[in-house]
Design a protein around this ligand. Structure first.
Ligand SMILES: Nc1nc2c(ncn2[C@@H]2O[C@H](COP(=O)(O)OP(=O)(O)O)[C@@H](O)[C@H]2O)c(=O)[nH]1
Ligand SMILES: [Mg+2]
Length: 209
């Protein structure tokens, strides 16, 4: 297996955490958030763009198992697919830290979902409107598990733009589920998306109380 890690050790480099790697002393609460979606929707990109720590990414060069299975329409140049997960961290406020887990949505990786969704507060489902069908199963699985989620439409060039109401119908979503658009490459956009999820989780908690 051919692994590529975003964290490489340079011989002779100063070891120990960098300043931005150290958890702020004011951090009082941590939440686990899962970022999920089909192949090539931008999960690794999103974790990479918002993470304060060097994101940890495990990618395997696409194998036979993916041929004819991974629908890589629109991402023909992509040669690596995440087998395990992406991991990152972001401080949303002085007190609240989110731990981000990017998880593949392909059926052959569903065994990973058991452990990874344990204790997760909520999820971001990344959507590529050119390939909506890859999201159906992912959404169904989240609903089965009772994991609250929001939909983030990743704006790929030449991807059709549907009105929010049409997307909601196509994905058969409850009217409360927020749908936002984002550019996973932009830190601010990815952070806004996570803030939408946090606000949504907060509103659900208030409604329960
Ligand atoms: N235009 C555009 N490209 C994106 C966006 N997010 C990701 N990409 C590109 O889409 C490809 C797949 O993204 P990646 O994060 O590897 O997808 P993953 O399989 O879900 O982890 C990469 O080449 C990214 O640069 C986005 O918001 N806009
Ligand atoms: Mg990935």
């Amino acid at each position: 297996m051919d692994f590529k890690s975003s964290d490489t050790l340079t011989p002779g480099a100063v070891t120990g955490p960098r300043e931005q790697d150290v958890l702020p002393a004011t951090a009082a609460a941590a939440a686990k958030i899962v970022i999920v979606g089909g192949f090539g929707v931008g999960k690794t990109t999103m974790v990479g763009s918002v993470s304060e720590i060097r994101p940890l990414t495990t990618e395997e060069t696409m194998t036979q198992a993916g041929i004819g299975v991974d629908d890589n329409y629109g991402s023909e140049t992509k040669t690596a697919t995440t087998v395990a997960m992406d991991f990152g961290r972001i401080s949303i406020s002085e007190e609240l830290v989110l731990y981000l887990f990017g998880t593949p949505g392909q059926e052959r990786f569903w065994f990973l979902w058991n452990g990874l969704f344990e204790g997760a507060l909520g999820a971001v489902v990344l959507i590529d409107t050119r390939r909506l069908q890859v999201s159906f199963d992912v959404i169904g699985r989240l609903e089965e598990r009772g994991v609250p989620f929001i939909i983030a439409v990743n704006d790929f060039p030449n991807a059709p733009r549907h009105p929010v109401s049409a997307l909601r119908t196509a994905l058969d979503l409850d009217e409360r589920v927020p749908i936002v658009s984002c550019d996973a490459r932009q830190r601010a956009s990815s952070k806004d998306t996570l803030m939408t999820l946090v606000r949504y989780l907060h509103s659900l908690a208030l409604a329960r109380a």
